[in-house]
Write a protein that binds this ligand. Structure first.
Ligand code: ADP
Ligand code: MG
Length: 264
């Protein structure tokens, strides 16, 4: 490498530092030899260097969004065993394009305990983070606590507005605990504020017909379900709990009477 290269290399290193893009230094020198060998145009070379920086930034942005989402664990579509839920493979593959987020569509995962509802909700949350969307995950009970607090301090409209800036909100375990009337109304407001604006993923061990009991009011439940499913993919998971596989236990009491409460 001649003196001119060395000078230019030093300058690239300084300038990429000034741009807060230190990876450009490495990409520039690594790709330069390759570009000379392959007779790349200046434009091709610049595009390749910038592309490395942008994809590295996107990846670290996604990682930050995944950390901020509050997932209870890291579960991906890659580690989901489709043999346990063969009917879902196609539907989830379609969702994994992330198009549902741009269209503010919802996803509802219904099924007995242990069938992978939370796993798939997290996995789709990770997909959303990788597509550049901010994501927040919490159980239905935690959401109600959060909204009640905001409501008590007169901050509910502000909180709902803040939450609308998240492309995806995940509400896990609707139906594990029944709500007070107040809580049901707060929940309804959350659903309404996102309707046709940003996506929700909900999971529940109850069929929709059991939601009236959870919200303590058939009319509130019906109005909410109406808004949720108007633009939604409803996926039904089936079978025995994945947690109990190979333990000689084939079903839980709740898998037989789906309208009963369960504590998973
Ligand atoms: P649910 O939310 O429906 O009660 P989870 O998603 O929490 O069930 O699943 C229970 C456990 O079993 C989790 O550790 C999850 O990762 C795992 N699991 C469930 N279904 C599958 C599957 N099809 N492939 C791989 N792991 C699964
Ligand atoms: Mg779960």
């Amino acid at each position: 490498m001649g003196t001119r290269h060395t000078e230019a290399t030093k300058q690239i290193s300084y300038l990429s530092g000034a741009l807060k893009a230190p990876r450009i230094t490495e990409a520039a020198s690594r790709l330069a030899d390759h570009a000379r060998d392959a007779n790349w145009s200046y434009e091709d070379y610049l595009a390749a260097v910038l592309e490395r920086e942008v994809s590295a930034r996107n990846a670290s942005g996604a990682e930050l969004r995944i950390k901020a989402a509050g997932f209870p664990g890291r579960k991906t579509l890659e580690d989901f065993d489709w043999d346990a839920q063969p009917a879902l493979r196609q539907q989830i593959a379609a969702l994994s394009s992330g198009a549902f987020l741009a269209e503010a569509r919802n996803v509802v995962l219904l099924g007995p305990p242990g069938t992978g509802k939370t796993h798939l909700a997290i996995a789709l949350g990770i997909v959303a983070a990788r597509h550049g969307h901010r994501v927040l995950f919490a159980t239905a009970t935690d959401w109600v606590t959060r909204l009640s607090e905001a409501h008590q301090h007169g901050r509910l409209p502000g909180e709902l507005a803040r939450l609308r800036r998240y492309g995806l909100i995940i509400i896990d375990e609707v139906g594990y605990l029944p709500f007070e009337q107040d809580a049901a109304n707060l929940f309804f407001q959350l659903v309404s504020s996102r309707y046709e604006h940003a996506s929700l993923i909900l999971t529940s061990n109850l069929p929709f017909s059991g939601w009236g009991g959870v919200f303590g009011d058939q009319a509130v439940a019906a109005a909410m379900i109406d808004r949720i499913v108007h633009h939604a993919d409803v996926l039904t998971l089936k079978g025995a709990s994945y947690r109990l596989r190979g333990r000689g236990i084939n079903s839980l009491p709740s898998t037989k009477t789906t309208t009963e409460q369960t504590t998973d």
